[in-house]
Ligand binder design. Structure first.
Ligand code: 0X9
Ligand code: ZN
Length: 307
């Protein structure tokens, strides 16, 4: 049976999603973002208890090796549907949740079957033996600017030959554009480093006009997590300021091109001891941190009038 004491393969995650939709047919439905290069469907689940709820979109596992992200996404889905905690129930029932647990499906399968440390997509390059692009550098917003990505197909941060050259990024951009009225908040799950990152990624010379609010929300998230007995510390701030310049990311594209005011990248545990190979015993502690962090984030976002 499915749980959160080990990591699962794509097929197992998708079978679990189907089971969940069967078990909660009145409040859940599957959606398809599109197709990957290798022909897999990119699947998501919508959880909605009533019409008119503000929406939150969660994209997870855009980087193949970041397994803790899809484990956390499925845990979060499960909590939204099964928790008896009044605050979690409120979170589940007051918002429409659009969650894609494994976005980079081809890369995820490759990371399970061939190369645990695979990051990119799996589309071959026309003129070079290296495979794939960094899907989180392939979106059409400040694409390849400011050295925030690489034009070398062999680089881990290869931006792709053109914006949306990767079918996965193109499909997500189209899906989000079509459905942009359905969400106000966009969150991308990554690991590792323990950061809550906000726009901009493409420059550290400029900040969004609502950056003060973005930081206030970030502080609420970090404080909530640090308040748990684990005492895990998250840093928050703009991607370029706190981490490094990263151009053409999904969050920045949503922020800049769809005019969304609130978008974050969560970089989960740890700080590098285990890195991408986070031991399964840390899945649930990480998820507990996600839940208190997310509750605080959403509450503050609502308080500031964005939801
Ligand atoms: O480099 C990335 O894509 C992310 N870090 S990771 O180690 N998981 O690869 C950071 C993405 C930052 N997000 C934005 N640019 N908004
Ligand atoms: Zn990542």
């Amino acid at each position: 049976t499915f749980g959160w004491t080990k990591y699962y393969e794509l097929e197992e995650i998708e079978a679990w999603l189907d089971q969940i939709v069967d078990a909660y047919p009145t409040v859940t439905e599957k959606f398809i973002v599109g197709e990957s290069y290798e022909g897999r469907t990119i699947q998501g689940i919508k959880i909605s208890h009533k019409t008119g709820n503000p929406g939150i979109f969660i994209e997870s596992n855009i980087h193949a090796r970041e397994w803790i992200t899809s484990a956390s996404a499925t845990w979060f889905i499960n909590q939204l549907l099964t928790s008896q905690d009044a605050e979690v129930r409120n979170l589940a029932e007051s918002y429409d949740w659009h969650i894609v647990p494994v976005f980079n499906v081809d890369g995820f399968v490759h990371s399970h079957e061939k190369d645990r440390m695979w990051r990119k997509t799996r589309q071959p390059h026309a003129t070079n033996a290296c495979i794939g692009a960094d899907a989180n550098r392939n979106f059409n917003s400040h694409w390849l600017e400011n050295n925030g990505a690489s034009s070398n197909p062999c680089s881990e941060t290869f931006a792709g030959d053109t914006p949306e050259s990767e079918p996965e990024a193109k499909a997500l951009a189209e899906y989000l554009t079509t459905n942009k009225e359905k969400f106000n908040v966009y969150i991308s799950f990554h690991s590792y480093g323990q950061y809550l990152l906000s726009p901009y990624g493409h420059t550290k010379e400029e900040f969004p006009e609502n950056y003060a609010d973005i930081l206030t929300i970030g502080k609420a998230f970090a404080d909530a997590i640090e308040g748990l007995p684990y005492g895990t510390v998250y840093q928050y701030g703009s991607t370029a300021d706190v981490l490094y310049v990263a151009s053409g990311s999904s969050v920045d594209w949503v922020f800049n091109e769809l005019d969304k005011k609130i978008g974050y990248t969560i970089e989960y545990r740890d700080k590098g001891r285990y890195g991408f190979i986070l031991p399964p015993v840390q899945i649930i502690p990480n998820c507990e941190e996600l839940m208190v962090g997310m509750r605080a984030l959403i509450e503050k976002t609502k308080e500031l009038g964005y939801l």
